[in-house]
Design a protein around this ligand. Structure first.
Ligand SMILES: Cc1cc2nc3c(=O)[nH]c(=O)nc-3n(C[C@H](O)[C@H](O)[C@H](O)COP(=O)(O)OP(=O)(O)OC[C@H]3O[C@@H](n4cnc5c(N)ncnc54)[C@H](O)[C@@H]3O)c2cc1C
Length: 450
């Protein structure tokens, strides 16, 4: 993260780090060569949406935090899904498929690399907040070997949102590797789907795409025909495409719920300035392993990950990514004059998230006699409220699709990604997205693919 090159960002000339300021000045970002790097920050008007790009999507760029949601909240957001099946079969299956593992707690307590998390825990607990270890898909044994100097460092050498060169079990190493091992999978990289419509003759669907080079230039357009098409372009990618197809008359009978119910998983970031005696460490692992759990408090439902700030120097900063129960939602709309699908989200819709997170961090600051950092998200700006890592919704299960991701009126079209999740899941989302895909595919394979 300290020396990003062209591999860091998707087709940008300048990096766009989530924490883009330091000492109130935009010092953090760097010029880079335009290239198909792993992280994208897509500007959707009122919000920048961070997403992974490439074979493995978000798994290439994410922090690997693998959290199964609280059962009561899962039942609240997706009442049509049998939660006995989810918690008995599909969450365990997803955790196994993803290679979720746990940090060795004795090592956590002793390594310099998690001092930042121990300080975050201590200050939270002194204010009466519960904390919890969080599982991860980063190989925690590999991380211990990194510290021992036995393997090439990745998480312990400033790598995460621009990808981990080692250690992380991203999807190319798990689900996609298993699929490739069947010999039945072909992956066609650097192709962007632009249109899906019923095939003119013979049934099935025609899928149009453009092939790009490594600088993003279109070098070919192609059309293929398929009996079945699975949309797995993520909450933003799938919603944009389906809303455009409906508006342009290619899939006119898609339900009105397509494009509705988008949320940012209540994301908001904030930093606190610790006292000199609460050093957070010059060495920091980039993989978060601990969260503050205040979800049960109706006035401040927050699950906050204690995030690293791997600057390579002691800065006494505690950084948090708070997932709040922000009820605000937005819609995708097709703009016929620009030909683009837009998202109605306004930055002000994140105020409920700030209010919820403030309840937690005001209390910690009051107890510790500390203050917020106001120099990391702008000049005199406390809250990182204008971006998200967790786009969810836009094609919600059992509303825009049937209860298993099938698009009504269009047999053979399916949605199988984060757009199925209704805007907020209370924790980091990829375990839920994976478990729902496991659940839906079990039914689809049994009934539709025979
Ligand atoms: C920096 C960062 C940190 C995160 N940390 C965590 C974490 O610790 N824990 C957690 O649970 N979640 C985390 N997330 C979120 C998590 O990565 C996402 O929720 C998850 O990847 C979403 O999965 P998905 O399958 O819905 O879509 P994605 O993973 O976004 O996959 C969609 C894929 O489709 C491609 N695509 C899009 N449009 C098209 C098109 N038209 N044609 C062809 N391909 C297309 C995209 O490039 C991408 O490769 C993080 C995200 C980011 C960005």
């Amino acid at each position: 993260m300290l020396n990003p090159d062209k591999r860091s960002f998707w087709l940008r000339n300048y990096t766009d780090q989530p924490v883009g300021y330091f000492l109130g000045a935009p010092l953090v970002n760097r010029p880079i060569e335009k290239y198909v790097g792993v992280l994208d920050s897509e500007n959707m008007g009122g919000i920048r949406v961070y997403q992974g790009r490439g074979v493995g999507g978000g798994s290439l760029a994410n922090g690997g935090m693998a959290v199964t949601p609280k059962r009561s909240y899962f039942e609240e957001i997706l009442p049509s899904v049998d939660s006995n099946e989810m918690y008995g079969t599909f969450f365990p299956r997803a955790n196994a498929g993803l290679g979720v593992n746990h940090i060795d707690q004795a090592w956590f307590e002793s390594t310099d690399y998690y001092q930042f998390a121990r300080v975050g825990r201590k200050t939270a607990e002194r204010s009466g907040f519960a904390t919890a270890f969080v599982p991860n898909v980063y190989d925690m044994n590999y991380m211990k070997q990194e510290e021992a100097g036995q393997v090439t460092k990745s998480a312990l050498d400033g790598e995460v949102i621009f990808g981990n060169n080692h250690g992380k079990k991203s999807l190319d190493k798990t689900y996609l590797a298993q699929a490739a091992a069947t010999g039945k999978l072909t992956i066609t990289t650097l192709h962007e789907v632009t249109k899906v419509a019923p095939a003119a003759t013979g049934g099935g669907y025609s899928v149009e795409m453009k092939q790009i080079d490594e600088q993003g230039n279109t070098i070919a357009t192609k059309t293929i025909t398929a009996d079945k098409v699975f949309f797995a372009a993520g909450s933003i990618g799938t919603s944009k495409l389906l809303v455009a197809m409906k508006a342009q008359g290619h899939l006119p009978n898609l339900p009105g719920a397509v494009g509705q119910g988008w949320g940012n998983n209540g994301n908001v970031m904030v930093g606190r300035a610790n006292h000199a005696w609460d050093a957070t460490g010059a060495k920091q692992s980039c993989i978060p392993t601990m969260g503050i759990d205040n979800w049960a408090d109706p006035a401040g439902p927050v699950f906050a990950e204690i995030a690293p700030f791997p600057a390579g120097a002691e800065l006494w900063i505690s950084l948090y990514l708070a997932i709040t129960k922000n009820p605000e939602r937005a819609q995708f709309q097709f703009n016929s004059s620009t030909g683009k699908t837009e998202l109605s989200w306004q930055t002000s819709q994140n105020q409920p998230a700030i209010d919820m997170a403030k309840r937690v961090f005001d209390k910690i600051n009051a107890k510790e006699g500390t203050i917020y950092r106001t120099d990391m998200f702008g000049t005199y700006k406390t809250w990182g409220d204008d971006f998200t890592y967790h786009p969810l919704g836009g094609c919600i299960l059992n509303q825009a699709t049937d209860n298993f991701g099938r698009l009504p009126e269009y047999p053979g079209l399916y949605v199988m990604d984060g757009s199925l999740v209704p805007g907020n899941v209370g924790v980091n989302p990829f375990v839920t997205i994976t478990a729902l895909a496991e659940r839906n595919m079990a039914t689809v394979v049994a009934n539709d693919l025979s």
